[in-house]
Design a protein around this ligand. Structure first.
Ligand SMILES: [Zn+2]
Length: 461
């Protein structure tokens, strides 16, 4: 039912013509790519309301980059052309990988590009019916597609591990300008609209992985911007701009696998939106920025590999009372009524509303000069700016991405919470959470990240 494309790139070991820069103590890299393009109409994810796909704009994939240091420590980064997933969808995949390859959960990073023209996958924790009301047959299709994605995520990791071979790594930084802040202050509060004055992170971090013969084997890159070039009226499956950027890079660097990670793009969107051609142009601009960044020498990456992961309970603000929710049952807005109905149902069933969100936070030490920090959720730009400022040093680059390991809610900063608007307030109701996070969220997250980074320090010699 699903077409499978497994690309495992290998090369023969040509010891005689190996460049001298590649020594026995160098790292190994392995890559793989597997299609997750649905072969039947699926419910799409990204905009409120049910949309079923009516065809395919281009193939979508899961991709994996496996890295091994000379001591045998391993990390695998899995990227996906999906809007998101819950941790509960990822855990069975991680468990399968753990059994098959003896990798621990902390050694695996799962990132979603957040394409808004990708398929929905099953949710077990978040009430799906808050945004998508599906009948039994549609739910069965959703479960089938979800199982397929899980199986292919496990398969792509096996493929990358089987492909491990000596490689050379370097870190580069580029810039692409098409992202724009999307929180516009107005007299009526912050609106979801382009804000040319707002904070936006235009950075394009790139990890270049070269084969023994010098050719490009893998390109891991990120950008912080909602893949919402295509709007809710577009009913073909696509990866939006990250999909085009990855395929452009794979075409430009023959034999390479290009892996996109969504950065802290919770409050950014493309400045120009609305057509497949624009998505292609943004993807092209991002790919060009990546290629340009890779053309400089970059900073060599090597040393020891380590990773740490924690699930941090992040508190919501004061829970809405029964009275408050009952009044909201007659609210004008449909989603406000639905949220009140759902919350009252939870109050009845559980006696209380959930008080904390379980947020995965991860730090990966990529040798002596680069730390990759991966936060769960739709993280706003403030976190990337702050964490880089606090953790980067002259001899250490810090790369911060969001949308990793669990993507079920926005993660606002203290500033964004104070300002209000869609991300910290309205979106919480749409996904059935009790209400906005408590203002301490930023300090809790930042403190934990500092701790995790401390855990993955250089081993004592
Ligand atoms: Zn989003």
């Amino acid at each position: 039912m699903f077409r499978t494309v497994l690309v495992v790139l290998c090369f023969a070991l040509g010891a005689l013509n190996a460049p001298s820069a590649l020594r026995a103590a160098d790292w190994k890299a392995g890559v793989a790519r597997v299609s997750i393009t649905p072969q039947e109409p699926v419910c799409m994810w990204g905009y409120v309301g049910v949309r079923f796909s009516e065809g395919i704009a281009h193939e979508i994939h899961v991709r994996a980059l496996a890295i091994e240091d000379p001591a045998g420590n391993r990390v695998v980064i899995v990227t996906s052309d999906l809007a998101g997933f819950e941790g509960e969808m990822i855990e069975p995949v991680a468990a399968r990988i753990e059994r098959r390859h003896a990798l621990q959960r902390r050694q695996l990073l799962f990132n979603a590009s957040h394409t808004h023209t990708g398929p929905l996958v099953e949710h077990v924790r978040r009430p799906l019916e808050m945004m998508y009301v599906l009948d039994e047959e549609q739910l069965a299709g959703l479960r089938r597609y979800t199982r397929t994605v899980q199986e292919r995520m496990a398969r792509v990791v096996s493929g990358a591990l089987a492909d491990l071979a000596p490689a050379r790594f370097s870190f580069h930084r580029g810039e692409a300008k098409f992202a724009m802040n999307r929180r516009l202050p107005t007299p009526e509060g912050v609106k979801l609209a382009p804000n040319p004055e707002g904070l936006v992170d235009h950075g394009v971090p790139v990890l270049r992985v070269s084969r023994k013969d010098g050719g490009v084997k893998a390109i891991l890159f990120s950008y912080a911007c909602h893949p919402t070039t295509l709007r809710g009226d577009f009913h073909l499956i696509s990866g939006d701009y990250p999909g085009f950027a990855q395929s452009d890079l794979e075409a430009a660097h023959s034999g390479a696998v290009a892996l996109f990670m969504q950065g802290c793009g919770g409050d950014a969107q493309p400045g120009e939106r609305g057509s497949l051609d624009l998505a292609r142009r943004h993807g092209g601009a991002l790919a060009a920025a990546v290629s340009k960044a890779m053309s400089d020498g970059g900073r060599p990456v090597g040393g020891n590999l380590d990773s740490a992961l924690a699930i941090v309970p992040v508190p919501f603000g004061p829970a809405p009372t029964r009275d408050f929710l009952q009044k909201r049952l007659s609210a004008e807005k449909d989603y406000v009524r639905r949220h009140a109905e759902y919350s009252l149902f939870r109050l009845e069933r559980d006696g209380k509303l959930v008080s904390h969100h379980r947020l995965p936070l991860q730090a990966i030490r990529l040798g002596s000069s680069l730390t990759l920090i991966a936060l769960g959720g739709e993280v706003v730009a403030d976190y990337a700016v702050r964490l880089r400022k606090e953790l980067a040093a002259r001899d250490r680059d810090v790369w911060v991405v969001g949308y990793s390991n669990d993507i079920t809610t926005y993660i606002p900063s203290r500033r964004v919470l104070q300002e209000g608007g869609y991300e910290p307030e309205r979106s919480m109701l749409l996904v059935g959470l009790p209400g906005p996070f408590a203002p301490e969220i930023e300090e809790i997250v930042v403190r934990k990240i500092h701790q995790l980074v401390g855990q993955v320090k250089e081993p004592q010699r």
